[in-house]
Design a protein around this ligand. Structure first.
Ligand code: ATP
Length: 336
């Protein structure tokens, strides 16, 4: 009896949350707002690369430890800020220790900090026995950052405005992606600071890509991937162009930079096709992942213990077809 009470207590005092990354299949700059943000339209997609976060109840306070020593462990960590927000909003007197196993590269355009924050918001509902009102959760997410609400929803989403206006789109899981990161960080704010243009019409042109994705037309999807920030980054970091050239040379359907970079995403038709792209990057000083798209939500509470890895869930149902490169890796200065 005593043992079972103790076990129940242990089970209640820890919550394990998975925090998946996102990629941007397209990103358009539509205007500059008075509040300093850019008006954007972007197509976000959850993928099965995830940080693992263990929340452990404490009597008071918020502490963080992380597998990545470069990450801040105080209020500069978005996960810490998420916990403080919940504590203050609900006047929770209890505390939490947040352990982050960082698997998403930092400052890579994959939303690592934002997904951690969403995961902490979600996990604390369980840990502290709150009621998890979805509206409130969404408002908290938005106050932490424009990207954060996406991770509560996940899947494939059109994000507009500053990135906070979300429309879910149908998405089948298991499309293969190859991600290549050149192992240097980019600060989102810096990249947006380089923007000297916006699309003239002020309305987005993502309709054809959304339609091609819905129809599962891989060749069309590949040719329609685009990111208005990519030429700005490529002009300053030639490695981005090199990655693009290597992936296209290995038959990628399409290659695009994710978010504010510098991670590049390539579409593959199948696992062997993805493996060929990975082979082409061998010997380069880059980090490479073969991933699959996932349905939402991107932040998920998981059972405690081993075997909760998202990769196991990755569905390898990829459409097969002939690989064909589209577009080019020469952005020139036309878009700048
Ligand atoms: P986005 O794609 O949303 O623009 P990103 O993936 O490019 O973001 P992040 O990995 O979120 O960038 O990191 C951006 C900055 O946020 C880094 O300087 C990092 O120190 C800080 N940061 C704070 N908390 C975290 C966290 N939990 N995980 C990663 N970075 C964090």
């Amino acid at each position: 009896m005593i043992a079972s009470t103790a076990l129940t207590h242990i089970a209640r005092s820890k919550v394990f949350v998975e925090a998946q990354a996102k990629v941007n299949l397209a990103l358009e700059l539509l205007g500059k707002r008075d509040d300093g943000y850019h008006e954007i339209a972007t197509l976000l997609q959850g993928v099965n690369l995830a940080d693992r976060i263990l929340l452990e109840e404490r009597d008071d306070g918020i502490t963080i430890s992380s597998s990545d020593p470069s990450l801040p462990e105080g209020p500069e960590n978005l996960a810490w800020r998420a916990a403080r927000l919940v504590q203050e909003a609900r006047q929770v007197s209890r505390g939490v220790h947040i352990m982050i196993e960082k698997r998403i590269p930092v400052a890579a355009g994959l939303g690592g900090g934002s997904t951690d924050a969403a995961a902490v918001l979600l996990g604390l509902q369980r840990l502290w026995g709150l009621d998890g009102n979805p509206e409130e959760l969404r408002a908290w997410a938005m106050s932490l950052g424009m990207d954060v609400p996406f991770f509560l929803r996940g899947g494939r989403v059109l994000a507009e405005g500053r990135g906070e206006r979300l429309t879910s789109l149908p998405s089948r899981p298991g499309h293969h992606l190859v991600l290549v990161n050149p192992n240097f960080p980019l600060v989102t704010r810096d990249v947006y600071g380089w923007v000297g243009f916006v699309r003239p019409k002020g309305t987005h042109g993502l309709g054809p890509l959304i339609a091609a994705l819905a129809r599962g037309e891989a060749a069309a999807v590949g040719s329609l991937l685009h990111n208005d920030l990519e030429p700005l980054v490529a002009a300053r970091y030639p490695e981005v162009g090199e990655i693009c050239t290597v992936l296209r040379g290995a038959g990628a359907r399409g290659v695009v930079m994710s978010g504010s970079g510098p991670t590049m995403i390539a579409l593959a038709d199948s696992a062997p096709h993805a493996a060929a792209m990975v082979g082409a990057t061998r010997g380069r000083p880059w980090s490479v992942w073969v991933l699959a798209t996932t349905p939402g939500p991107a932040a998920r509470i998981r059972p405690l213990g081993p075997g909760a890895a998202t990769e196991r869930e990755a569905d390898s149902r990829a459409r097969r077809g002939r690989a064909g490169a589209s577009g080019s890796c020469d952005w020139g200065v036309a878009k700048r």
